[in-house]
Design a protein around this ligand. Structure first.
Ligand code: CUA
Length: 350
């Protein structure tokens, strides 16, 4: 949208962009109407009823019930319209459809890293198919960032120690901005990227041209062995740790008598802060992997565990914080060579 040739608003490139804009313009228009009305009335009355000689005294007014009711009821109705409308748009924005395609994002000073379930990894670039809902699960490796897609009218903070998520359905192929919308240090303003919305067939072609290292879950499976998780978490249930087969979405009983739902946040906490929740019948033997597993490897491990539960429904929004979890550092040398698209590799070298 342009006013006098100046671009005021980014394109409406997602299904709910129009809804967000309509609500926004309604709130702006209502606020402007009353702000201008009040200002005009102040000036008009100031002139119309000004004191014209020194001993002039104003009329004594005790109150006016109909008027007072009017200026209470009308703003209440307007405010409730804003609330109801806003809540409905917000609810829609915060509920990804079940069939949404899943992508992981990690914010890091100062870049955005994206990982596709098919194995592709990108830095400051994101390729997605048009006309398909996309759910993005976000974490941070250091400080609070905020993943912002202005053209899609959606934004969510990347918070160290927990997963947040957003979703959108981009309709029109093209390239759009990715911004970091939370001041995160010196190069915050440079923490930008490009999301490329592609025709589904082009996207399939793009997927073929990428990752040689297998899917995210397969990478997770390799890590699972490399980190020796496999020595305790036996599928038979006879290991020193609980079997991870078909656990996604289930409720596990804990030694302290409480229970927990197995979702992404639970898995995250159990890896980084392994003593926080001990499954009933097991000893607190597992070492903590805090600082040993990067955010990117963490999601690979989580995807591996999810792949062991092929029948599980998509986990509920994983927004619960992992208590005591602090940002993990990035181990070096975990990226197999030749894995990233050229642009991503170049960006990471900076
Ligand atoms: Cu990251 Cu601002």
């Amino acid at each position: 949208m342009q006013i006098f040739g100046i671009p005021i608003f980014p394109e409406q490139a997602s299904t709910f962009a129009k809804d967000v804009d309509a609500l926004y313009f309604f709130i702006i228009a209502t606020s402007a109407f009353f702000a201008i009305g009040v200002a005009v009335a102040v000036i008009y009355f100031g002139i119309r009823y000004r004191r014209s000689h020194d001993n002039q005294i104003g009329a004594r007014i005790e109150g006016n019930l109909p008027l007072e009711l009017l200026w209470s009821v009308i703003p209440t109705i307007i405010a409730m319209v804003m609330f109801g409308w806003g809540a409905s748009v917000f609810y829609h924005l915060r509920r990804p459809p079940d069939e949404a395609m899943h992508i992981y994002a990690v914010g890091k000073q100062w870049m955005w890293k994206f990982q596709h379930l098919e194995g592709q990894r990108e830095i400051n670039e994101l390729h997605i198919p048009a006309g398909r809902p996309i759910r993005v699960t976000i974490s941070s490796e250091d400080v609070i960032h905020s993943l912002y897609f202005p053209a899609f009218r959606t934004k969510i903070d990347a918070i160290p120690g927990r997963y947040t998520e957003l979703w959108f359905d981009a309709q029109t192929p093209g390239e759009y901005h990715i911004f970091c919308a939370e001041y995160c240090g010196t190069n915050h303003s440079g923490m930008i990227g490009t999301v490329t919305v592609m025709e589904p067939s082009q996207y399939q072609a793009w997927l073929q041209g990428g990752g040689m290292e297998g899917t995210l879950a397969q990478r997770g499976a390799r890590l699972f062995n490399d980190l020796a998780c496999a020595t305790c978490h036996l599928d038979t249930g006879q290991g020193r740790g609980p079997s991870l087969k078909d656990i996604m979405g289930t409720t596990v009983e804990l030694t302290d008598g409480s229970s927990a739902i197995v979702d992404e946040a639970y898995l995250r906490e159990s890896i980084l802060n392994s003593q926080a929740k001990i499954v009933k019948g097991f000893q607190p033997l597992m070492p903590t992997f805090q600082g040993l597993v990067s955010e990117e490897n963490l999601v690979a491990l989580i995807e591996h565990v999810k792949s062991l539960s092929p029948n599980a429904t998509p986990a509920a929004p994983a927004a619960a914080p992992a208590p005591g979890a602090t940002p993990a550092t990035t181990p070096t040398g975990t990226r197999p060579s030749g894995a990233a698209p050229p642009a991503a590799a170049a960006a990471e070298k900076k």
